[in-house]
Design a protein around this ligand. Structure first.
Ligand SMILES: Nc1ncnc2c1ncn2[C@@H]1O[C@H](COP(=O)(O)OP(=O)(O)OP(=O)(O)O)[C@@H](O)[C@H]1O
Ligand SMILES: [Mg+2]
Length: 156
């Protein structure tokens, strides 16, 4: 993968492959980077973030799992990694309550947002979008795009 990617597409045939791909992608990230992850339940968003966390130097002893009940985890990587999961988000007010924008706009941290489409209007144009799609039980199609997604084109 080139140093700063604009887009990439990959077929992953196992969770391990997803982790390795995400680990490589993490080399593109800088303090201030924001990554929105989109895809159905179980498509591999958390698995992908696990790879990002490893790529950013998270120790193998630290566990990466979806912060479903608390909305956010912070991992003690050299560049702090914020992991949001907006699956249970009911109103944008909850994002205000946790200071979502203050976190994601922290220029010293990297933010990963599962179900990022739920906070789309708060994400800057420079965000990465990672889309995960089921192909079958063990196979996922992963697309990465820097910048805004064209939602209308996706519906066809
Ligand atoms: N190629 C693959 N890449 C990623 N995960 C895979 C792959 N093949 C199978 N899996 C399985 O799919 C599941 C992905 O779970 P994961 O928690 O990462 O998904 P998620 O998108 O975060 O789900 P949720 O919406 O519930 O947060 C795991 O059980 C994993 O073992
Ligand atoms: Mg998850």
């Amino acid at each position: 993968m080139p140093q700063t990617i604009k887009s990439a597409k990959q077929i992953s045939r196992s969770p391990h492959e997803t982790i390795l791909f995400a680990q490589k992608f993490a080399k593109n990230l800088k303090p201030g980077s924001i990554i929105s992850l989109e895809g159905n339940l179980g498509s591999g968003k958390t698995t992908f973030i696990k790879g990002i966390a490893r790529g950013l130097g998270l120790s193998r002893k630290e566990e990466v799992k979806s912060p479903t009940f608390v909305l956010m985890h912070i991992y003690p990587t050299p560049i702090p990694l914020y992991h949001f999961d907006l699956y249970r988000l009911e109103t944008p007010k909850e994002l205000e309550a946790i200071g979502f924008e203050e976190f994601i706009y922290n220029p010293k941290a990297i933010s990963c947002v599962e179900w990022g489409e739920k906070a789309e209007n708060l994400l800057p144009e420079t965000s990465y979008h990672v889309e995960l799609k089921f192909v079958n039980d063990h196979t996922r199609e992963i697309r990465i795009k820097a910048g805004k997604l064209d939602r209308t084109a996706k519906k066809g």
